[in-house]
Design a protein around this ligand. Structure first.
Ligand code: PLP
Length: 231
């Protein structure tokens, strides 16, 4: 049996320690618990701990879990690649999308948000890893993309998100996080204020915090290993 309370306390402690190592204030770094593949009973256990914001990578799972947990005040955060035909559900149920990576998706979300009379916080996912399989915008396309997002007022652009390369080489992983921070700084110089940097997962979050993460997305270290793959 996984002890979510103990895991949560340990993760928060490690995040605080990583902040101290980086001479940062722990209050600057949020942990987003990633509950993908885990059922409503696991989320209930997390709610008891005061957690009420969860990362999910499939619209379908958000729909099922929010139905099972109707009545609970939960902020659902989309962190996975989102097909445009899922925009309706996301506009209705999610509070935030961290995987915005193309205008077609922005357009679809805006239209559905209008119908729902809602707004959504968004982070733009940028590709910093060299693997071909990773989703996200090419860094070179970011300034133009941000300019064009002004056309979608129901998307409130708050920052950037990335997944680092999968590597044993800490230097290589850290370079991905550094690239995202540098992009954020370049964008700021061009007038795009993007305060939030979502980067770092169970295996690499101390490096992300050292490079300026304001949010780390943690699944395994809180909820245990996922029994089925979360594509
Ligand atoms: C699953 C996932 C995470 C969490 O990964 P862990 O290694 O389990 O902490 C973070 N970010 C994204 C985008 C994910 O899909």
């Amino acid at each position: 049996m996984i002890d979510i309370a103990a895991n949560w306390a340990a993760v928060r402690g490690r995040v605080d320690e990583a902040c101290r190592q980086a001479s940062r204030d722990p209050a600057e770094v949020t942990v987003l618990p990633v509950s993908k593949t885990f059922g409503p009973e696991v989320i209930r256990a997390a709610l008891v701990l005061g957690l009420n914001r969860f990362g999910e990578n499939k619209a379908q799972e958000i729909r099922d879990k929010s139905a099972a947990l109707a009545g609970e005040a939960i902020d659902w955060v989309v962190i996975g690649h989102l097909q445009t035909n899922k925009a309706k559900e996301v506009a209705r149920l999610a509070s935030e999308v961290q995987s915005l990576d193309r205008l077609e998706l922005a357009e679809a979300l805006e239209r559905r948000l209008q119908a729902e009379n809602r707004v959504l916080d968004v982070l733009v996912q940028v590709k910093t890893a060299r693997e071909e399989s990773k989703h996200g915008l090419d860094a070179a396309d970011l300034p133009g993309f941000l300019d064009r997002l002004h056309a979608y007022p129901r998307l409130r652009v708050k920052g950037l998100m990335t997944l680092a390369t999968l590597s044993e080489d800490a230097g290589e992983v850290r370079a991905c996080f550094r690239q995202l921070r540098e992009l954020r700084d370049q964008c700021a110089a061009e007038g795009h204020v993007l305060p939030r940097l979502s980067m770092g997962m169970s295996g690499d979050f101390p490096l992300a915090i050292a490079e300026g993460a304001t949010e780390v997305r943690i699944g395994t270290a809180i909820f245990g290993h996922r029994s089925h793959p979360a594509a």
